[in-house]
Design a protein around this ligand. Structure first.
Ligand code: GLN
Length: 490
C-alpha cells in the first residue's frame, strides 16, 4: 500500500491520515518519489520544494498526534507558478521573473496552509497564463501523461499533468479564459473555475484582472468541493472578492439531481466540434437525463463573438498589467544598461516570450487613442451581450452542459506557429469566463485513447448546484474504461 499512496484522492488520503493508516510524511514521500520517477518525462513542475513539503508533513503529523485536525491536514497539493509563494521562486513560467522570490503568500496559498496542506512545489504553465498548450512556458513544455507526444492543454498544463500523472493529490490553477477547464479536459481530471470573485485573487499574478480566477484541478468532484470550501470567501485584500456566504460544498453532494433543468445550446455543438467528442458529451447529457434531469434547448446567440471579444479584452488588460516588469523591482536585471529606457527595452526584449509580446502589442494597439472605441469599448459591449445571453438562458434552466474543447489533446508543436488555431482551442471555455460564471470540466470519455471533458456552467455563485450535478454524473458514470496512461506504460 505505502508505495501507491500517490494514487489516492484527497478525501481518501484524508481518511487514511485520520485513521492512522499512514502518516503525512509517508504520503508526501510517496508523491515526491513519484515526481522523481516520472516528472522528467512529464515536465509538470518548475520547482519542487521537497524539503519544505517534508517539513510541513512532519508538522502536520505532529499536529495530528496532538489531537488537532484540519480539512487538508497533511495532504500534498501542487501550486501553479502564477501564485505568489513566500520564500519560493515564483516565475509565471517567464524568464523575466527568473529568480523572483516573493515576500508573501497569495491568499489562496495562505488558506491552504491554514487548512493544513503540504505544498509540493510550483507547476509549469504557459508564460503569464497566456496559452492553451503549455508550450509557451519560458522553461519547458509539459506533456500529456496519457500520450507524451500530446499537449496537456494550458495554461494550467503543469497542474493538470501533475494531477493526471499522480504527481500530487490535487493542484491549484488559474482560469482567465479556460485555463483550468481546458487542461483538465485534455488530461482527464476534474477542473473547477468558480464564479469571478469567489476566491481571492490577492497574490495571483495578474494577467487579465476582470477575468482571472483561481480554480482547482482534482481527481474527482468530491475533492473539488473540498478544496473550494477551503479557498472560497471574502478577502479584504482583494476588492473584487465577493462578500457572499460560503456554503458547505462537500456536505451537499448527495447525487440527487431529480428535476434539474439542463440547457443545451446548439452553438456549442456546431462546426469544428470533433464528432466523437460531441458523441461523448451527448452521452454524458443522456446520463444526466437518466438521473432525473430534464433537457431543454437554449440559445446563446453571441457565442461566436466570444473569441474575438476575449482576444481584445484579455490582451488589453495584460498590456497594462505587464507594464510593471521593467527590470527595476523583480526578476531579471541588466547591470550593463546605461539608461533606463535601454534597460527596460533590453529586459522586456529578453525576458518575455513571443506569445506574451504578441499579447502586449495587441493590447497596446486596442487601447491606443483612435482605436480604443473601435476595439476595447466595442469588445466590452459584446461582453455584456454574451453575459445577457446566459442571464436569459438561466431563466429557463439550472445548468448548461457543453463540450469543453472541440477536440482531444493535439500534438506538441501542431499549433505553435498558428496563434489563431491555438486560440480556437478556447472557443467553448471563453463565454463562461467573459460572463464570470462558475463552470467545470468533468471527464466523460475517451477518444483515440485521450480524455474528453463535459463542461457544466451555472449561474453566479451556484457552485453547489454545479458540484451536485457533476457529482451525480460522476457517480452514474462510474470508472471509465480508461486506456493505460503512457506515463505508466513500461
Ligand atoms: N488560452 C487562453 C489564453 O491564452 C486562456 C488562458 C487562461 O485562461 N489563462 O488567453
Amino acid at each position: 500500500m505505502a508505495d501507491e499512496l500517490y494514487l489516492l484522492t484527497l478525501h481518501a488520503a484524508a481518511r487514511g491520515l485520520r485513521s492512522g493508516t499512514f502518516s503525512s510524511v509517508e504520503l508526501t514521500r510517496s508523491l515526491l518519489d513519484r515526481i522523481e520517477s516520472v516528472d522528467g518525462r512529464v515536465g509538470a513542475y518548475l520547482t519542487v520544494t521537497a524539503d519544505l513539503a517534508l517539513e510541513q508533513a512532519a508538522d502536520a503529523d505532529t499536529r495530528r498526534a496532538s489531537g488537532r485536525d484540519g480539512p487538508l491536514l497533511g495532504l500534498p497539493i501542487a501550486l501553479k507558478d502564477v501564485l505568489s509563494t513566500a520564500g519560493v521562486q515564483t516565475t509565471c513560467a517567464s524568464r523575466i521573473l527568473e529568480g523572483f522570490i516573493p515576500p508573501y503568500d497569495a491568499t489562496a496559498v495562505t488558506r491552504l496552509k491554514n487548512a493544513g496542506a503540504v505544498t509540493l512545489g510550483k507547476t509549469n504553465m504557459d508564460e503569464f497564463a497566456m496559452g492553451s498548450s503549455n508550450e509557451h512556458s519560458g522553461y519547458k513544455p509539459a506533456r500529456n501523461p496519457w500520450n507524451l507526444d500530446k499537449v496537456p492543454g494550458g495554461s494550467s498544463g503543469g497542474s493538470a499533468a501533475a494531477v493526471a500523472a499522480d504527481e500530487c493529490l490535487a493542484a491549484l490553477g488559474s482560469d482567465t479564459g479556460g485555463s483550468v477547464r481546458q487542461p483538465a479536459a485534455l488530461c482527464g481530471c476534474v477542473g473547477l473555475k468558480p464564479t469571478y470573485g469567489r476566491i481571492s485573487r490577492f497574490g495571483l499574478i495578474a494577467f487579465a484582472s476582470s477575468l482571472d480566477q483561481i480554480g482547482v484541478l482534482t481527481k474527482d468532484v468530491t475533492d473539488a468541493a473540498l478544496l473550494l470550501g477551503v479557498l472560497a470567501g471574502h478577502d479584504p485584500r482583494d476588492s473584487t472578492s465577493a462578500d457572499e456566504p460560503v456554503p458547505e460544498y462537500g456536505g451537499e453532494l448527495n447525487g440527487d439531481i431529480g428535476g434539474l433543468r439542463i440547457g443545451v445550446a446548439p452553438e456549442y455543438f456546431g462546426e469544428g466540434l470533433d464528432p466523437q467528442v460531441g458523441d461523448s458529451v451527448r452521452a454524458a447529457i443522456d446520463d444526466l437525463r437518466g438521473l432525473g434531469a430534464t433537457e431543454r434547448e437554449i440559445s446563446l446567440p453571441h457565442t461566436e463573438y466570444a473569441l474575438p471579444t476575449y482576444y481584445v479584452i484579455a490582451p488589453s488588460e495584460a498590456s497594462a498589467n505587464l507594464a510593471r516588469y521593467n527590470g527595476v523591482k523583480y526578476g531579471l536585471s541588466d547591470p550593463q544598461a546605461t539608461d533606463v529606457d535601454e534597460m527596460m527595452a533590453r529586459i522586456r526584449g529578453r525576458g518575455f516570450g513571443s506569445e506574451v509580446k504578441r499579447r502586449i502589442m495587441i493590447g497596446t494597439f486596442a487601447l491606443s487613442s483612435g482605436y480604443y472605441d473601435a476595439y476595447y469599448v466595442r469588445a466590452q459591449k459584446v461582453r455584456t451581450l454574451i453575459k445577457s445571453d446566459f442571464e436569459t438562458a438561466f431563466q429557463d434552466v439550472d445548468v448548461i452542459a457543453a463540450p469543453v474543447v472541440p477536440s482531444p489533446a493535439f500534438d506538441l508543436g501542431a499549433k505553435l506557429d498558428d496563434p489563431v488555431a491555438m486560440y480556437q482551442s478556447d472557443i467553448m471555455t471563453l463565454p463562461a469566463s467573459l460572463a464570470g460564471l462558475p463552470c467545470m470540466s468533468i471527464p466523460c470519455g475517451f477518444v483515440d485513447g485521450l480524455p474528453v471533458g463535459l463542461q457544466l456552467i451555472a449561474p453566479p455563485f451556484a457552485e453547489s448546484r454545479l458540484l451536485q450535478a457533476a457529482r451525480a454524473y460522476e457517480r452514474a458514470r462510474g470508472n471509465l474504461p480508461a486506456p493505460l496512461k503512457a506515463i505508466d506504460a513500461a
